[in-house]
Design a protein around this ligand. Structure first.
Ligand SMILES: Nc1ncnc2c1ncn2[C@@H]1O[C@H](COP(=O)(O)OP(=O)(O)OP(=O)(O)O)[C@@H](O)[C@H]1O
Length: 314
């Protein structure tokens, strides 16, 4: 667990304590229960990936961390205070997927405008250089590509020198070089104790750039650990078999079954000790056409976040 404390460029240090603390957080939209009891503590200086498929509840949770919405149940604290207080003190900045840009203003003016909202700021040129858009500083925002606009949002987020940076799918629209530059800028800032939480669909991106991955599915945390731990948890084997009348409860009760998908008579199981599971399937469940394959990383991620997965939390 990290105990680094963010140091602003003017030398101000924040008090210790968690950067983000979620306790039993729920959020619904009408009948849709988007976030279903998330408990999460992120320490200052951590780079955390919030990983999950479409509709998992990542943006809904991020909105609550940023004080853009409130939980129906539970509590959210950002840097030991209410999210709104943390944002209004300039301690938190966000790069969201859309919005927030004026088309007729230049790239550099946009960052100056953002800087004018804060008492203490970083040098605008430095932020533009960090984001890799100093070369297009005079270009109108409306003329920028999607990737350049993402870089601009990043420069805007850097200018307040935030203790917590929240990024919702930050590299959408960026090319390979853009992604690499982006993450290297993020990492060098985290060295000074800045906390970074980013949402992504990409397991590879999470694995490569985060210290810790929080995997969400259907509004719940299904796994939480380092990339290596998540991989160990998901790097099992897949067993496919045909069963006459697959019994979900009986299959889940087999020792070592981590994920289960039933389609008609066809059963797919994720398990680390595939031999032991195969033995039970063959000897006591009358399984046929049994096939065992090694799971790839992406496939394992799909299994862990698929609708029929009943796996335990890591
Ligand atoms: N304002 C809203 N009104 C109604 N439903 C909403 C609203 N915002 C989100 N939802 C629903 O809540 C669920 C969670 O959405 P959310 O945007 O948090 O997921 P996500 O993990 O960020 O997905 P994505 O990766 O696609 O951005 C989805 O089913 C979504 O349709």
């Amino acid at each position: 667990m990290m105990t680094r404390t963010h140091t602003k460029t003017d030398g101000t240090r924040l008090a210790g304590g968690a950067a983000i603390q979620l306790d039993g957080v729920h959020k619904s939209f009408g009948d849709l229960h988007a976030v279903r009891g998330i408990d999460l503590q992120i320490e200052q200086g951590e780079i955390v990936a919030f990983l999950g498929p479409n509709g998992a509840g990542k943006t809904t949770t991020i909105d609550m961390i940023l004080g853009l919405s409130r939980p129906d149940e539970g509590a959210v604290h950002t840097l030991g205070m209410s999210p709104r207080d943390a944002v209004s003190r300039g301690l938190v900045a966000a790069v969201m997927q859309t919005g927030g840009l004026l088309r007729d203003v230049s790239v550099e003016e946009t960052v100056h405008l953002t800087a004018s909202l804060f008492v203490q700021t970083r040098d605008v040129q430095e932020c533009l250089e960090r984001a890799g858009i100093w070369g297009i500083r005079d270009q109108r925002v409306g003329k920028c590509s999607g990737g350049e606009q993402q870089r601009l949002r990043f420069a805007m987020a850097l200018v307040s020198d935030p203790a917590l940076l929240v990024l919702d799918e930050p590299t959408t629209g960026m090319d390979v070089t853009g992604r690499r530059d982006f993450w290297s800028a993020i990492r060098s800032d985290a060295g000074r104790g800045r906390t970074v939480l980013f949402a992504t669909h990409y397991l590879e991106e999470a694995d490569q750039y985060a210290d810790r991955i929080v995997l969400v599915r259907h509004g719940e945390v299904v796994a939480d650990g380092t990339g290596a731990q998540i991989k160990a948890r998901t790097s099992g084997r897949t067993i496919r078999a045909t069963l006459d009348r697959p019994d979900r409860a009986a299959l889940l009760a087999i020792d070592g079954v981590e994920a289960l998908d039933i389609r008609g008579e066809s059963v797919t199981i994720g398990a680390r000790d595939s031999d032991a599971v195969a033995r039970v399937l063959l000897t006591s469940m009358g399984a046929r056409d049994l096939e065992i394959t090694a799971q790839g990383l992406e496939e394992a991620f799909m299994t862990l976040t698929s609708d029929d997965n009943e796996g335990e939390r890591a």
